[in-house]
Design a protein around this ligand. Structure first.
Ligand code: KG4
Ligand code: ZN
Length: 337
């Protein structure tokens, strides 16, 4: 049984296609439950209306499981936290409405959390936390950002993608080669048996610390089309080398921008998160660079890298410490603030 002094946070996340809930007590994670929606696989991408409907079905069992896993009863909760945005509006409405009703019923404070800030603060969940200031490369299916983090409530986006996210680049390339959705992990597995130097793809020359993946996508599309005209079995015969070459192009591009950000800011505390941080080459190359350049590299456990409610709880814990609560008039936001 927790006392009144304990900070017990129930956090709920439903910004895209994962319904998640977590419980955190005094900054220590107690449960982290995620229901991944399989319904989108057959369409090769997330269908917003199906995502909202699946959140509606999943949210009560997921919250229930997170409380049971943590051994917490409803009356022990000190605050209810939820993802305000950015994300799919219909999906965000599910966690925000649920959290608002729950906090009203329990009579506890309500905390709305920015999804991107939560990804950055996920680095504080499992012990190997970066010191401030640090740089965070956030790479997932929805985000590609470089964030300069001075404190839990002072962050600045110093670089971001102008079009697709890095995960989308992996997924779209994989789709063009006939791999199942989401293609990133499949491409990674095949790439391990291929030659990364076999095919060269250009990367975009957008300014400074920003990213662009649309040019790469187009060049892969035309390259595959031209090669298939000459040999219809080109993809099947060269799949491993294609995967390795595409992966190498994306990872080198991400690392070049990260190196540039580190040079500009002179910050050597470096953190990487988001689903793409699971990529085996990204992890290997980042670890080698860290050793070579003397960076302190932090990559959280994968369950806190991909969309999860543990990171929402962590961000809410920092807000709770500063009494930064929301009232019932709080509304979700679909786009980045
Ligand atoms: O963080 P996440 O689970 O969800 C979003 O917020 O988007 O990231 C999912 C993305 C997908 O695009 C997926 O293909 C990519 O992360 N991903 C990978 C790998 N594992 C997941 N991309 C490349 N290599 C991987 N091993
Ligand atoms: Zn995310």
């Amino acid at each position: 049984m927790h006392t009144k002094q304990d900070i017990v946070i129930l956090a709920i996340e439903s910004s895209c296609d994962d319904t998640a809930a977590a419980v955190m007590v005094n900054g220590i994670i107690q449960s982290n439950v995620v229901a991944t929606q399989k319904v989108h696989e057959q369409y090769g991408g997330v269908i917003p209306e199906l995502a909202s409907r699946a959140h509606q079905q999943n949210i009560i069992p997921v919250v229930d499981r997170s409380l049971k896993d943590a051994g917490i009863s409803k009356n022990e909760i000190s605050a209810v936290a939820f993802t305000r945005g950015p994300g799919l509006l219909g999906s965000l409405l599910v966690c925000s409405s649920f959290a608002k009703s729950f906090s009203l019923t329990l009579g506890t404070p309500l905390i709305g959390v920015d999804h991107l800030e939560a990804h950055v603060l996920a680095h504080f969940i499992d012990g190997n936390s970066p010191g401030f200031p640090f740089l965070c490369l956030l790479v997932s299916g929805g985000h590609t950002h470089i964030v300069k983090v001075d404190s839990p409530d002072k962050m600045e986006v110093i670089g971001k993608t102008l079009d697709d996210a890095a995960g989308e680049a992996f997924d779209k390339a994989a789709k063009m080669m006939g791999l199942p959705y989401p293609g990133g992990p499949h491409l990674d597995t095949l790439a391990q048996k291929g030659n990364p130097g076999r095919f060269a793809f250009p990367d975009s020359r957008v300014g400074d610390l920003d990213f662009s993946f649309s040019g790469l996508k187009t060049s892969i599309l035309y390259f595959l089309r031209d090669e298939k005209e000459k040999n219809p079995d080109f993809i099947e015969q060269n799949l491993n080398d294609l995967c390795a070459s595409i992966q190498h192009t994306i990872v080198s591009y991400l690392m070049r921008k990260l190196i540039k950000a580190i040079k500009q800011t002179q910050i050597k505390e470096v953190a990487i998160s988001g689903g793409v941080s699971a990529n085996s080459e990204l992890r290997k190359v980042a670890a080698n660079l860290a050793e070579k350049h003397g960076w302190n590299l932090h990559i959280p456990a994968l369950q806190y890298c991909t969309d999860n409610a543990g990171m929402i709880a962590m961000a809410a814990h920092f807000k709770y410490l500063e009494n930064r609560f929301d009232d019932q008039s709080v509304v979700p936001f679909a786009r980045m603030k």
